[in-house]
Design a protein around this ligand. Structure first.
Ligand SMILES: [Ca+2]
Ligand SMILES: [Ca+2]
Ligand SMILES: [Ca+2]
Length: 703
């Protein structure tokens, strides 16, 4: 029941009366909860204001990669990426050194957040295509592969002048210019962020503007990040600037890399809270995510810590991820994500991406403000704080939680973060908090147990902990192709392809091939997801399996809305999928086709999607009932245990089995015909019906 809808229709006291009447009805039926929502800036409803913006459907959660060669698009897609952020040679068709850029993104269907000037403002003739830049610009204006325009990266940091010296940051607006600043293009500082934003919007109102800010967003105001430069950290400047910067983008992002920069991990949470606050919860906050030791400082960034940072942003209401996968030392490697030395990080990236793809429909719902009765209570380490985000989808309640060591609050709600009200109220407590929580790493914090009290729940329910203990099978791996991969964009490009010898390395630059490889597919439809990539000369194509994730589930009983769970380490995250939604009839769980009943049609949809993984072709998000990113028998079992309850007594047991077994062979219309026993609805009670009951018994034996 949607109270908001009634309140829109019947403003004022009538709304209250209707709500009260409905509440009475719900109380009589055991349903008594009306959801209210926290401020909400993400999801389809936000992005659909731009005709050519990012995808705006319930199954899209942006997962981007920063500044990579499009040659690697299939590799990134293979581990769940769906967005390209920046091209280092600009938003151009073909780069002299790196080959086709936009055409490859079009071939692979990866939308770009790109630089506007190079896409729209070049003049003369494009030497790489022989066409006029004006003609190309006209096409770029309506090209759906370009999804957003980006501001220069980190305008809030000190910029370099012509002599390579650090000077001012790019000011948020002209009001911040010094008396000597002109704001003229080519000067430092040149046009302000707000000036550029208005220029971008004037040139093209059909796409959003993306603003990527620096790590100053995570620092304390007193310790204004030195990388911003002295002017931008002077008296009266600092964090307050960011409220104005936030006006210069429709999507706000910031690159706080706690491990690489030696800062507390909770800065990811703080800057996410702040980005949202600075836009008054009107614009989605994206997060740049680290996955390696990019300057070779000897940092050990474990897969668990990668996972922790990733979810820290999302649990604090972040609504997009941009993975930073470059490595600068000991040697520069743009695509270190796929280096064997980072296999663990790659697997973790894949798992996190898979899980977010699976949860996109859930994450695209507003967060429920009144889903919990009172605060989370803790026993154990009192330095801990377990923060949470509560959403509902498909008859389930989803509770996202993390022991991130910050004073407890429901994300976005009771305790909004401002520039000055940081997480600590007293001087020095941040240092203490850092020590307690581990300033740069996950640490054991001595078994913190959190107790959650959910509102509007029945005496009995269960929570399934999803996305833990997962292992990755059959990820695309560079090891099998000796680090040399050449992709072919439909036979058009001047790189060897279509049965030729691969002569380019993974950056798209020419290299001496170690071993000649042939393409197994020759068109732009080359089956990236079946990984028919490259095979040694003279051998049959190797077909790699799709990535899939498997793992055991933990199930936790919930009694009268109360349950407890342990958070073993700082930054441990748990995501609970709870089989109850106080606003919906639990009988609808498993109604994957949304027709209002759970029947064999739903079962068939889940059966057809068996073995598929979120973010991959063939994955049907509806079918992932236990929303862990893979459609498997556990999803099917949820539906089987409803449709196999042929005597409708609420459980599947041997009585149901006996009914079906005793009626085997019976056809519709015959004496003794019992429609519920024809589970698959084909008008005969047959072996398939008995097989469904047997499956639903989940190991229980009947004679
Ligand atoms: Ca249905
Ligand atoms: Ca599943
Ligand atoms: Ca039964």
């Amino acid at each position: 029941m949607d109270k908001e809808k009634y309140c829109v229709k019947f403003r004022g006291f009538r709304c209250v009366l209707i709500a009260a009447a409905l509440a009475a009805v719900f109380a009589a039926t055991g349903l008594a909860q009306f959801d209210t929502y926290l401020p909400w800036e993400g999801g389809a409803s936000y992005y659909e204001q731009w005709p050519l913006g990012l995808r705006h459907d319930q199954d899209f959660f942006p997962i981007g990669t920063w500044d990579q060669s499009p040659w690697n698009a299939p590799l990134f897609q293979g581990i769940g990426f769906n967005t390209w952020v920046a091209l280092y040679d600009g938003t151009v068709e073909i780069d002299p050194g790196d080959g086709p850029l936009l055409p490859l993104l079009r071939d692979y269907g990866v939308p770009l957040i790109g630089d506007q000037a190079s896409a729209l403002q070049n003049t003369g003739t494009d030497p790489m295509t022989g066409r006029s830049y004006a003609a190309e610009a006209a096409e770029h204006l309506t090209d759906p592969i370009i999804a957003a325009w980006m501001q220069e990266d980190e305008p809030d940091n000190a910029q370099t002048d012509a002599n390579g010296n650090y000077v001012d940051c790019v000011p948020p607006s002209p009001a911040y210019y010094n008396s000597t600043d002109t704001g003229a293009p080519g000067t430092v500082p040149g046009p302000s962020v707000l000036t550029l934003y208005n220029q971008f919007k004037a040139a093209d109102p059909s796409r959003p503007v993306y603003l990527g800010l620096g790590q100053g967003t995570g620092w304390d105001n007193d310790d204004c990040y030195y990388g911003r430069g002295s002017t931008c950290c002077s008296a009266g400047r600092g964090l307050s600037d960011y409220r104005v910067y936030a006006q210069g983008g429709d999507i706000l992002d910031a690159d706080v890399y706690p491990q690489n920069d030696g800062n507390p991990m909770w800065w990811t949470a703080r800057k996410t809270d702040r980005l949202r606050y600075w836009s008054n919860y009107k614009k989605p906050a994206w997060d740049d995510q680290e996955m390696n030791d990019f300057d070779d400082q000897g940092i050990t960034l474990t897969p668990a810590e990668i996972d922790a940072e990733f979810w820290e942003s999302i649990i604090h209401g972040g609504h997009g991820i941009v993975w930073f996968t470059h490595e600068f030392a000991p040697t520069f490697e743009e695509d270190s994500a796929f280096s064997p030395e980072h296999a663990g990080a790659e697997a973790q990236m894949a798992l996190d991406n898979i899980q977010v793809n699976a949860l996109a429909r859930v994450l695209n719902q507003p967060s429920v403000a009144n889903g919990m009765l009172g605060p989370v209570t803790l026993t154990g380490n009192q330095n801990a704080g377990v923060n949470y985000m509560l959403k509902r989808y498909g008859g389930y309640t989803f509770l996202f939680t993390q022991n991130d060591g910050l004073p407890q609050h429901q994300t976005q709600a009771a305790n909004p973060i401002t520039e000055t009200s940081a997480f600590c109220a007293t001087e020095g407590c941040e240092d203490a908090e850092s020590l307690a929580m581990g300033s740069q790493h996950m640490l054991p914090v001595g078994g913190v147990t959190a107790t959650f009290t959910l509102a509007g729940f029945p005496p009995q329910a269960t929570a399934t902990v999803i996305g833990e203990n997962l292992t990755v099978d059959n990820l695309p791996t560079v090891g099998t192709v000796n680090g040399y991969i050449t992709v072919c964009g439909g036979g058009f490009w001047y790189y060897a392809c279509g049965g030729g010898v691969a002569t380019t390395n993974r950056d798209g630059t020419f290299a001496t091939p170690v071993t000649p490889y042939y393409f197994a597919a020759t068109s732009k439809d080359l089956g990236i997801y079946t990984k028919q990539w490259l095979v040694p000369a003279g051998t049959a194509p190797t077909v790699y399996a799709q990535a899939s994730a498997t793992g055991a589930y933990r199930t936790i009983p919930i009694v009268n809305g109360v349950f407890t769970d342990n958070f073993a380490n700082s930054y441990t995250r748990h995501i609970y999928q709870i089989n109850f939604d106080p606003n919906r009839d639990a009988a609808l769980i498993g109604d994957v086709n949304g027709d209002g009943v759970v029947n064999y049609a739903d079962y068939a949809i889940v059966q057809a999607a068996q073995g598929t993984t979120a973010g991959m072709p063939g994955y049907d998000p509806r079918a992932d009932v236990i929303r862990d990113g893979t459609v498997n028998q556990a999803d099917l079992l949820v539906i089987a245990q409803k449709i196999a309850d042929v005597n409708h007594d609420g459980v599947v047991n041997c009585t149901d089995y006996d009914i079906v077994k005793n009626l085997l062979g019976r056809v519709a219309g015959q004496p003794g015909w019992y429609p519920p026993a024809a589970i698959d609805g084909n008008f005969v009670i047959d072996a398939q019906d008995l097989a469904i009951v047997t499956f639903a018994l989940n190991g229980q034996k009947c004679n």
